[in-house]
Design a protein around this ligand. Sequence first.
Ligand SMILES: Nc1nc2c(ncn2[C@@H]2O[C@H](COP(=O)(O)OP(=O)(O)O)[C@@H](O)[C@H]2O)c(=O)[nH]1
Ligand SMILES: [Mg+2]
Length: 379
Amino acid sequence: MEVSGRPYLRRLEDYLGRPLPGEGRAALVRLMRTPAVQGGQGGQEPPGEELLDEGLLLQRGVERVELCLHGNPLLVQEVIQRLDPESGAGAPEKDLSVEAAAWQWLPHIESECGARLVLDQALGALRREALAWARGDVPGPPSWIDLHRASAALVRPPLVVLTGASNAGKSTLFNLLLGEERVVVSDEPGTTRDTIAAPLALGDWIVRLVDTAGERDPGSTGRGDAEVEGQRLGRELSARAELTLELVDYQGLSPGSWPDPTPEPGRRVLVSRADALSGDPVALDGKLFISALRDPEHARALVGDLILEGLGCTGPEAGWQAGRAVPLELEWAEALDGARSLPAGDARVQRVLGVLNGDSFGQGKPVDASCPREPSPVE
Ligand SMILES: Nc1nc2c(ncn2[C@@H]2O[C@H](COP(=O)(O)OP(=O)(O)O)[C@@H](O)[C@H]2O)c(=O)[nH]1
Ligand SMILES: [Mg+2]
């Protein structure tokens, strides 16, 4: 990965705990992680750091370095997060107009519908509707926040993590959904020791699907450091995933003791390797059972639907509709909903313009409502 720009290089130095080597020079670096302090046990974690990866740092220019790592894409994501904690990949700077921010975002959008949605905002869809609403000409949406949430998955691919015991069939399902052999599948428990992520297209949506190392007893033989690390990373990812799909092996269940398929928002439980049941329409009624081996098409369709449903991508608000106004940032949506407290008319228009122009969400200078800004091109 390449890192450029003085603030980011300074953060990289802090992260590496050493100065950059100087223009044209190289250095071996170690990426460490300080263990996160668990909620509720504050301060009781043993001090110390763990090694994430070792790599080569090449300083290509005064403000440009190249970092060569061994790690998988998730590690790279973690490094990016560390260097740029406020913004996800491609997220724009804070004080831009909504159109300028959308133009900045556009090249980073992965799905076609996401790109159309962002392009609509870059061309002024949000400005037109939000100002008409502020003037009282149109009713506007019941909630700008809900509108933001319903489309958020088009703009930032959500994380969907497969979890469950070792041998539950996670890697088989991962390969099946992606339509290619990405991960080694084996009945040797502990075959998947690392987490593996890949973009998965589901209709208009793209999600980031993650296969994790299965959970095994701590005492299991052959449970090496890499597997333990993979399991830890799997749990961590699952905790911050938009959706966790947990697989429970049919073989270990007694009939009728099926797990709750929707134990909580953001988590779905599927019975896997249910070869005896997968073709039975009665048993399938609860949309619970899959057999990736006996009925792969059914498994693929069912899990695809389940992911979209679990992410809230199936409602009438979800998806792309030509020219519809959508606040891309949650902060914009919150600020617009906040403007409901003002009566429609001048006061609300001024507040909404502040949001649209990125002037600290309405705290900044008043702007002339008759002269909306032109969208700026990507720099
Ligand atoms: N009978 C049967 N075996 C399956 C099914 N899905 C996966 N398996 C097998 O279960 C074993 C473990 O699968 P794997 O995907 O590696 O499980 P993981 O440890 O959860 O990733 C492999 O031998 C797979 O071929 C299924 O639907 N039916
Ligand atoms: Mg596996």
